[in-house]
Design a protein around this ligand. Structure first.
Ligand SMILES: Cc1cc2nc3c(=O)[nH]c(=O)nc-3n(C[C@H](O)[C@H](O)[C@H](O)COP(=O)(O)O)c2cc1C
Length: 201
């Protein structure tokens, strides 16, 4: 079994729900498995460190997860049109992998959740691609053969999966958003499989 890392941060659960659907899409592809991981909160007071295992939900990510997996789905809620700092904080610790070229040639995809429809989904998705391009990853989006992209009135972009959670983040994923998350996971896993699994791990 080759594994795809689904790495996300989620404060209120929307991005976590997307991560689980992307994992489902990954596991629709024979021989492919999802590894769900999250990141701890960051705080302006950084003298204390988090417990190494969270009280609930996915385990915290380690550099070895990135190294061992054949691909990466990276998800964050939109924060002022950008990814959330806990995820960026973790990415800033990945220079050993950059130095060793461990992620070069591995496929990656991105996903996000916003409270407002035009609140920066695309800019957040693009911002998450930048460090992955520096790592030499092969970025994969969603093609318009996913016809939901032509009709969605919520989330769903060619840059990756997205969700419009509404002002109080209470909107559940729409059927189209749901299908597009699964499609993204499936596409990522199919690409990783076509590339022959983990090429650098
Ligand atoms: C500091 C902060 C900044 C935010 N910036 C945006 C934004 O630029 N655009 C937007 O639509 N929503 C913004 N939001 C709302 C979250 O992106 C939204 O509620 C998201 O669905 C939460 O995802 P989660 O349930 O995975 O935590 C912001 C929230 C916080 C706390």
């Amino acid at each position: 079994m080759a594994e795809i890392l689904v790495l996300y941060y989620s404060r209120h659960g929307s991005t976590a729900a997307m991560a689980r659907l992307i994992a489902r899409g990954i596991e629709e592809v024979p021989g492919m498995q999802a590894r769900l991981r999250t990141v701890p909160e960051v705080s302006p007071v950084s003298e204390a460190t988090e417990e190494s295992i969270p009280a609930e939900g996915a385990p915290y990510v380690e550099l070895a997860d990135l190294k061992e997996c054949a691909g990466l789905a990276l998800g964050s809620p939109t924060r002022f049109g950008n990814m959330a700092s806990p995820l960026k904080y973790f990415l800033d610790t990945t220079s050993p992998l950059w130095l060793s070229g461990s992620l070069i040639g591995k496929p990656a995809a991105v996903f996000t959740s916003t409270s407002s429809l035009h609140g920066g989904q695309e800019s957040t998705l693009l911002s998450m691609m930048l460090p992955l391009l520096h790592h030499g990853m092969l970025i994969s989006g969603l093609p318009y053969s996913e016809t939901d992209l032509l009709h969605t009135d919520g989330g769903g972009t060619p840059y990756g999966a997205s969700h419009h959670g509404g002002p109080d983040n209470s909107r559940p994923l729409s059927e189209a958003e749901h299908r597009l998350c699964i499609a993204l996971g499936r596409r990522l896993a199919e690409t990783a499989r076509a590339l022959g699994g983990n090429i650098n791990g």
